[in-house]
Design a binder for this molecule. Structure first.
Ligand code: FMN
Length: 204
């Protein structure tokens, strides 16, 4: 039995490539074994708020010292962390916006990167606590960043690898759909490539 957390972040509810491909992958993963389950965290339908001073104060107050108001304040972040930690597989749909992730996905990351819960600092420096999970990231991009002159502007895969690596994720696979603003042939080639990658991942 595998619990799949599906995090979706395109602003488009229809026509989104990252949403479409990650949906197809999650449906195949779910049907791979009886008892597999999916938790959908749609950051467009239900965006999480930007961090506030009040939230930071509550997060950094030891749990047993929190006021009633602070207990209320940490609930959303605690729930998001619990959702993440309960998952065996995490599938993230991440369109590229202005060379990086959407602000909705960044806001989610700000809530799940919690000192003492998903990472900690010790004598040897930072230690990620999000271990033993498989991450798949479905990116969608108007241009091409995996190779060529725009590669230096990829703050998308590089950022996600850095932040999830910091949190202890060692098993992460990117499925890029690129060149989506470069005409129908490029879109069809990107879709075919990503669907072939999905089939390969499911077969494995
Ligand atoms: C606000 C915004 C910013 C974007 N910035 C970039 C960008 O920096 N580089 C790029 O190649 N495409 C960019 N795009 C294009 C999207 O990455 C592309 O349309 C992608 O397919 C969106 O994902 P979706 O199909 O899942 O909605 C941007 C699109 C939007 C709406």
């Amino acid at each position: 039995m595998t619990t799949i957390l599906h995090v979706s972040s395109s602003v488009r509810s229809t026509g989104s490539i990252s949403r479409q491909l990650s949906n197809e992958f999650v449906a195949k993963l779910k049907s791979a074994a009886a008892g597999n389950s999916v938790v959908l965290r749609d950051l467009t339908a239900n965006p999480v708020p930007h961090l506030t001073e009040q939230m930071m104060g509550a997060y950094f107050t030891p749990a047993e010292q929190r006021s009633a108001e602070q207990i209320e304040t940490v609930k959303l972040s605690d729930n998001l962390v619990a959702e993440l930690m309960a998952a065996d597989v995490v599938v993230i749909a991440a369109p590229m916006y202005n060379f990086s992730v959407s602000s909705t996905l960044k806001a989610w990351i700000d809530h799940i990167a919690r000192a003492g819960l998903t990472f900690k600092y010790g004598a040897n420096g930072p230690e990620g606590l999000v271990s033993g999970k498989k991450f798949y990231v479905f990116t969608s991009r108007g241009g091409v960043y995996s190779e060529g002159p725009a590669k230096v502007m990829d703050f998308h895969e590089t950022y996600l690898r850095a932040v999830f690596g910091f949190l202890g994720v060692t098993d992460i696979t990117f499925i890029h759909s690129e060149g989506l603003a470069m005409g129908d042939d490029a879109v069809n080639a990107a879709l075919a490539g990503s669907r072939s990658a999905i089939d390969g991942l499911i077969a494995a």
